[in-house]
Ligand binder design. Structure first.
Ligand code: GDP
Length: 365
């Protein structure tokens, strides 16, 4: 499954956030095949639609879908110089599909800041710089190799060189490659470089208990917002300490606690959804009396592929998918009523599944 890596300088609240994630963790009973890697935290994806479908169908069992966060260990500063733990840091980032970059926005004299003062932008730039330098090294290596071949007028090499020429100056200016727009053909070359700074990123502004109720006018958080906007990246504001405390509470207690603090929704729940969207993931549902269940798919997938997520036989023998949109299911309150109203569609092999679709797959065995 796709995973988002939690990255940040020391003492910004990464472990606190990761603890919250593992405490909130998905019930192992539902996910016997979940990884047992201690650096991976599996959480359930909160979804009000699943709650509503459960209410309507009254199944024996409800199963949410899950999402994985990876705690990225290793030393950040000087990582690109490639020694021991620094190297591990970069290797770990290379393996994740998106980056959750935790930034310290809380003032607390008791907690030492590695750079001496709380300065979120400088923190972000410290990490980004290591990633940029590592990418620059990859690009330069490739450049040397490809430019030799390009001299023989090899078409592919010439095209590849053009892409490298596009990326290199941006990295040399200290900027991430994600700010560059590539054509579909160029994308192929870019993919083959396995760059770190093309991975989608979201910033997690970690604030204190006192700041969390009103973050609109928070000076430090706004600095992060401004920086992120320039990269078209999203910002999630969170108080990692509170999340750690509420991660173990039952839903009702959790709501009361958040209400007292003046917070609408748990920051972790929001973060899970943001990371899920960042990776281009969507959810479809199956809704039977035995089980109502949410399934994760990659947006853009066609019906047979999404059927294959449940079982490869469903994909191989796919005939069609009886489909109701969530809005219709919610409105007509049952599969039967939606069908009577003509809101159940019979979709074929070319159907691109939409977020929220409720699907019943027909297949040959
Ligand atoms: P890491 O080095 O990035 O993993 O940081 P930690 O999670 O170990 O946090 C460093 C220190 O900051 C710990 O003492 C935490 O209790 C504290 N801390 C983390 N998050 C918060 C927060 O939201 N509010 C406050 N006040 N302190 C926090």
């Amino acid at each position: 499954p796709l995973t988002a890596g939690i990255v940040g300088l020391p003492n910004v609240g990464k472990s606190t956030l990761f603890n919250a994630i593992t405490k909130a963790g998905a019930e192992a009973a539902n996910y016997p095949f979940a990884t047992i890697d201690p650096n991976v935290g599996v959480v359930e994806v909160p979804d009000y639609r699943l709650t509503r479908l459960t209410e309507l169908v009254s199944p024996k069992k409800t199963v949410p879908t899950t999402f994985e966060f990876t705690d990225i260990a290793g030393i950040v500063k000087g990582a690109s110089k490639g020694e021991g733990l620094g190297n591990k840091f970069l290797a770990n980032i290379r393996q994740v599909d998106a980056i959750c970059h935790v930034v310290r926005c809380f003032e607390d004299d008791n907690i030492i800041h590695v750079e001496g003062k709380v300065d979120p932008i400088s923190d972000i730039e410290t990490i980004n710089l290591e990633l940029v330098l590592a990418d620059l090294e990859s690009v330069e290596k490739r450049y040397t190799r490809v430019s030799k071949v390009a001299r023989t007028k090899d078409k592919e090499a010439v095209a590849e060189l053009a892409v490298l020429d596009k990326i290199k100056p941006v990295l040399e200016a200290g900027k991430s490659a994600r700010s560059i727009e590539f054509t579909e053909d160029e994308e192929k070359t870019v993919k083959s470089l396995f760059l770190l700074t093309t991975k989608p990123v979201l910033y997690v502004a970690n604030v204190s208990e006192d700041q969390v109720a009103d973050t609109e006018n928070d000076e430090l958080v706004n600095q992060v917002r401004k920086f992120a906007a320039e990269e078209n990246a999203e910002v999630n504001v969170i108080c990692a300490r509170i999340e750690e405390e509420i991660a173990e509470l039952e839903d009702e207690e959790k709501e009361l606690f958040l209400e007292e603090l003046g917070i609408e929704e748990s920051g972790l729940d929001k973060l899970i959804r943001s990371a899920y969207n960042l990776l281009g993931l969507g959810t479809y549902f199956t809704a039977g009396v035995q089980e109502v269940r949410a399934w994760t798919f990659k947006k853009g997938m066609k019906a047979p592929q999404t059927a294959g997520i449940i079982h490869s036989d469903f994909e191989r023998g796919f005939i069609r998918a009886e489909t109701i949109s969530y809005e219709d299911f919610d409105k007509y309150e049952s599969e039967h009523a939606a069908k009577e109203a003509g809101r159940m569609r019979s979709e074929g092999k070319e159907y691109v599944v939409k977020d929220g679709d409720i699907m019943l797959f027909r297949f040959n065995v």
